[in-house]
Design a protein around this ligand. Sequence first.
Ligand SMILES: Nc1ncnc2c1ncn2[C@@H]1O[C@H](COP(=O)(O)OP(=O)(O)OP(=O)(O)O)[C@@H](O)[C@H]1O
Ligand SMILES: [Mg+2]
Length: 235
Amino acid sequence: MPMPILEVAGLCARYEATPVLRGVDLVVQKGEIVALIGRNGVGKTTMMRCLIGLLSAESGTIEYQGRDVTRLGADGRARLGIGYIPQGREVFPRMTVEENLRVGEMIGRQRGAVDRGRVFTYFPILEERRRQLAGTLSGGQQQILAIGRALVGNPALILLDEPSEGIQPSIVQMICRVLRAIRDDLGTTILFVEQNLDTILTIAERGYVMEKGRIAAEIPRGDISQSNVRKHLLL
Ligand SMILES: Nc1ncnc2c1ncn2[C@@H]1O[C@H](COP(=O)(O)OP(=O)(O)OP(=O)(O)O)[C@@H](O)[C@H]1O
Ligand SMILES: [Mg+2]
C-alpha cells in the first residue's frame, strides 16, 4: 500500500509581480525516487524553494508526512526531516568539509540518529578531505559534500536540485549509485530536479514534467525510457 510522504495541491508562488508556480499538483510516495524535469526557466528551482520553505506559497498546500507544512518556515521543515540540496550546491566555501557537515548535523540533532560515519561509508572522499576548505574542492566533490551535509541530518525526504549540473560524468554516476543505495538502505525518499538524461534514466522511478509553472505530464513507473524522457527535455 503506497503511503504519500509529500502531497502538493494547487501550489502557486511568485517573485513579486511575476507568477512562477501556477497550480502545481504532485504526490511522492514514501521511498520513491522521483524526477522533476522540464526545460530551463519553467519553475523547477522555484518549486524546490517553495517545498523547503525558502519561498512562501501564495496559495495551495504542501503536506509532508500527512501534516500541512505550507506555512512552516524552512528551519521547521528541515527539523521535520526534509533535506534540501540547492542548485549550485552552496556549500560554505571558507569552511572545511567537516565544518560543513557539522552544520547539517545541527539540524539533524533534534531528530536523533545522525551518523557521520555512515555518510563517510557512502562518500569516503568526505573523510579523506575532511580538513580541506570546501571552496577548494572540485565541483563534483562539492556536490558530494552538499549531499553529505543533508544526509547527516538524517532526512526522510531529500529535495535535490540538478545534482549533475557541471559535474563530470563519472562522478555523476557515482552520485547516482550512492543515492540509490541510500534509498535502498535507509528508505529515504528522493525528489530531484534534473535535465541530464542519463541521470534520470539511471535512478528515476517516476517523473513529473513541468511546463510554465504547472505539471504538464507524468511519466509513470515503468515508463521512464530514453524516448519518453527525451521528448520533454528537448529545447
Ligand atoms: N529571485 C528571482 N526573482 C525574480 N524572478 C526569478 C527569480 N528566480 C527565478 N526567477 C524567474 O522565475 C522563473 C522560473 O525560474 P526557476 O529558477 O524556478 O526555473 P528552473 O526551471 O529551475 O530553470 P533552470 O532549469 O534554468 O534551473 C524564470 O522565469 C526566472 O527568470
Ligand atoms: Mg533551476
